[in-house]
Design a protein around this ligand. Structure first.
Ligand SMILES: [Zn+2]
Length: 261
């Protein structure tokens, strides 16, 4: 594995914007040194679509299995059995995307919490990592881990918060995923100071494609793709005053460790 290998730990490749040219997107990613992609699944149905997609290249893709907070209103107890069944597939490497989203509030808050806690329990039972989403719900999100001795890896993906939240997560043992959000000179500005000084051993990078195209890229259509992950690495390398290759290798190794590959 050369040191310029990228691992996109979160790409929403089941999104309809990839329906027409999925194969091209993947070929482009591979040409740009992306060696692994974790397809983010956001529901039971979506997990099944992810599993179909990854048949294109089982060595290249992995996926998650779980229910996004946006869909928590539809959550039923029996979904956990379904998650447990799907998670036996050899390409399912994490439970999620799960968490709390009090920004959009597409589902009732109390339902989000029930759906989230059930999946934390499931991940613990299955001994699988958690792929986590948190937006404007930091306190309640942390409360869901109260009285829980978390024995599995957990990544808070697409971190966009303040320094205090960042270190609270690290103290809790969580891993952090950064996206192109940090490349935005306005929306990412509050993060530059702590990114410059953060320890790297639990940091990973992702595109969150097709969302969050790095702001410095002027692309027609604004669709983000895994091949643009290099922008996230470049931004962190610059802030940390480190070599791009060195930092890229750290992120790649972290990701393999996180997903137990
Ligand atoms: Zn998310």
């Amino acid at each position: 594995m050369n040191s310029n290998s990228y691992f996109d730990i979160g790409a929403n490749l089941t999104h309809e914007s990839f329906d027409k040219d999925f194969i091209t997107v993947i070929e482009d990613a591979k040409r740009n040194n992306i060696k692994k992609i974790c397809i983010t699944s956001t529901s039971i149905e979506d997990t099944k679509v992810s599993l179909k997609l990854l048949e294109n290249d089982q060595n290249f893709f992995i996926t998650t299995c779980g229910i996004h907070p946006h869909y928590a209103d539809t959550f039923e107890e029996s979904d956990i059995e379904e998650i447990k069944k799907l998670s036996t597939h050899s390409s399912v490497k994490a439970i999620g995307e799960t968490g709390l989203d009090f920004n959009r509030n597409y589902s009732k808050r109390e339902n989000q919490i029930i759906c989230f806690e059930s999946q934390i329990e499931a991940a613990q039972e299955l001994n699988m990592p958690l792929f986590l989403h948190q937006r404007e719900a930091h306190k309640d999100f942390m409360n869901c881990f109260n009285n829980r001795d978390l024995k599995v890896n957990a990544v808070v993906h697409c971190f966009t918060g303040e320094k205090e939240e960042f270190y609270e997560y690290l103290d809790k043992g969580f891993w952090i995923g950064f996206t192109g959000w940090i490349c935005d000179p306005v929306r990412g500005k509050h993060m530059t100071d702590f990114i410059a000084n953060m320890p790297l051993e639990r940091i990973m990078i992702e595109t969150d494609s097709p969302y969050l195209l790095p702001k410095n890229l002027k692309i027609k259509g604004r669709r983000n793709e895994p091949k643009f992950i290099v922008e996230v690495a470049k931004k962190i390398a610059k802030l940390q005053n480190k070599d791009l290759e060195e930092i890229t290798q750290i992120f790649f190794e972290n990701s393999q460790k996180f997903f137990n590959l």
